[in-house]
Write a protein that binds this ligand. Structure first.
Ligand code: NAD
Length: 489
């Protein structure tokens, strides 16, 4: 059945065939901007997951993908990238409707970034080499980089297309086969991506897509004996669960988990640059991004001025329908997420926080909108400071010394990203080196590229996406040692 609105069939894609779930069940996909149904999708069970893993295993065992020359895999991935660009508007519309992302951003960021991921890893597919090892053995020793086999890719709701691409592109480039389970709330772009893989000539069974209940299918895939590696982007809570289950089986896991980045503004910062970066860091994607910067740390002499500028400025950031090209802030993804953000703000008020901007819903079309919110005066232990709110909420705390800024920045359990605003280059280097974070931005925010590794420390996960590191993460090293003894006399 095709959903006319978005041209999405809503079926599973297993072994190169489009199909309904074995149970025949389908569920609604809801638009965050209107709380109305925009599509429906097949609701897979573990029987479907089983078939998907079997197809992925078959495709990896037959060597149809892993044994192809890297250059051939590269050509198909380049074709994927080209088809993403050709179907850019369709993908941008689907992602915007499904996630509630402003269409301006899905056109400018989500779709081009996905295409770039495939372009970049298409190039790297040709570079997977081992190396010769210099040893005193009477032997020739070298290493091979091999794919791990079947990868289970579990992706989150907030950047479905980009985060699917940032897993699938390196995993496929390295020669793996895949079972992909996107987030329950936002599965639509994965269905379009599966169509693109098919059209690009990816062999049957190399990529398999199942949509359905996250915990049921996710846990089943993690524990499936034929899944060799789990790649999860999601919350720290799910990351812990998945890592524990995989640990029992000694199965490798690549985790990209929650974040709660500090954004440190020194008094010597260029205030115009800082204001742009601060707002971007907490309102982009309605604050629903792992590398958001919701914890603003300001050197005390600049505190009042900066809070004054920010609380005036956020009121001017256009909040509205995702389909409006002028919209910068769209709705949150679901009613659950909206209630969660509200609860954090209410608790912050109860803990002595003063809301100087926002702090309430924005009523429009019955959608899940929340105004950009700034809270001052919270103690560092407050939940809104320590936990990942995942909404357009900024907390502000003062500091007096560089050491204090670093200590506050490192005081949560997360360690994904961090930012520094300063015009003092020596300070930028000093502080960047001391921050517990996988990526540090100086005088900017969200500066990302498929070539730049991205990932966390502490409770933000283990593993890296983007860059050669991501490709290597989907491979294992085999050593081959060939005895070369001298002939006996
Ligand atoms: P989530 O943890 O709820 O879900 C992530 C994926 O895991 C989904 O596909 C979901 O269906 C699946 N899942 C859910 N329960 C599972 C279980 N018990 N076993 C196996 N799989 C399960 O995350 P979300 O709400 O979709 O996404 C938001 C979270 O993701 C935030 O914490 C955010 O910071 C994080 N995130 C991290 C990065 C990063 O690169 N570090 C990027 C984006 C989002």
């Amino acid at each position: 059945m095709t959903t006319p609105m978005l041209g999405i069939n809503g079926q599973l894609y297993i072994g190169g065939e489009w199909q309904e779930a074995a149970s025949g069940e389908r569920r609604k996909v809801i638009a965050p901007a209107t709380a109305k149904r925009i599509a429906d999708i097949a609701w897979a069970t573990t029987a479907d997951a089983d078939r998907a893993v079997a197809q992925a295993k078959e495709a990896s065992r037959n060597g149809s993908w892993a044994d192809r020359p890297g250059r051939e895999r590269s050509r198909i991935l380049l074709k994927v990238s080209q088809l993403i660009r050709e179907r850019a508007e369709e993908l941008a519309q689907a992602e915007s409707a499904d996630v509630g992302k402003p269409i301006f951003f899905t056109r400018m960021i989500d779709v081009p970034t996905a295409a770039e991921q495939f372009e970049y890893f298409a190039a790297l597919a040709q570079t997977l080499d081992g190396s010769v090892r210099n040893t005193p053995l009477e032997a020739f020793a070298f290493t091979r980089r091999e794919p791990v086999g079947v990868v289970a890719a579990l992706t989150p709701f907030n950047f479905p297309l980009i985060l699917s691409s940032s897993k699938l592109a390196p995993a496929l480039a390295a020669g793996n086969t895949i079972v992909h389970k996107p987030a329950e709330d936002t599965p639509l772009s994965a269905i379009l991506l599966a169509q693109i893989f098919e059209d690009a000539g990816l062999p049957k069974g190399v990529y398999n897509l199942i949509t359905g209940a996250g915990a049921e299918l996710g846990e089943y895939l993690v524990q499936h004996p034929d899944v060799s590696l789990v790649a999860l982007t999601g919350s720290t809570a799910v990351g812990k669960k998945v890592s524990a289950m995989a640990g029992e089986l000694l199965k490798p896991v690549v985790t990209e988990l929650g974040g709660n980045a500090a954004h440190i503004v020194f008094a010597d910062a260029d205030v115009n640059v800082a204001v742009g970066a601060i707002i971007n860091a907490f309102v982009f994607n309605t604050g629903q991004f792992c590398m958001a910067g919701p914890r603003l740390l300001v050197e005390r002499p600049l505190l009042d001025t900066l809070v004054g500028i920010l609380s005036g400025a956020v009121g001017n950031v256009p909040i509205g329908r995702p389909s409006d090209p002028n919209t910068v802030i769209g709705p949150l993804v679901s009613e659950k997420q909206l209630r969660r953000v509200e609860a954090f703000v209410e608790k912050a008020r109860a803990q002595g926080g003063r809301v100087v901007a926002g702090g309430e819903r924005h009523d429009l079309d019955g959608g899940y909108y929340y105004k950009p919110t700034i809270i001052v005066g919270l103690p560092n232990e407050a939940e809104a400071v320590q936990e990942e709110v995942f909404g357009p909420v900024l907390t502000v705390q003062p500091f007096d010394t560089e050491e204090e800024a670093i200590a506050l920045a490192n005081s949560t359990r997360y360690g994904l990203a961090a930012g520094i605003q300063t015009t003092n280059i020596a300070r930028a280097h000093r502080v960047a080196a001391k921050l517990d974070a996988g990526i540090v931005w100086v005088n900017g925010w969200s500066l990302l590229d498929p070539a730049v590794p991205f990932g966390g420390v502490k409770s933000s996960g283990a593993g890296r996406e983007s860059g050669p590191e991501a490709l290597l993460g989907y491979t294992r090293t085999k050593s081959v040692v060939i005895a070369t003894p001298a002939p006996r006399a």
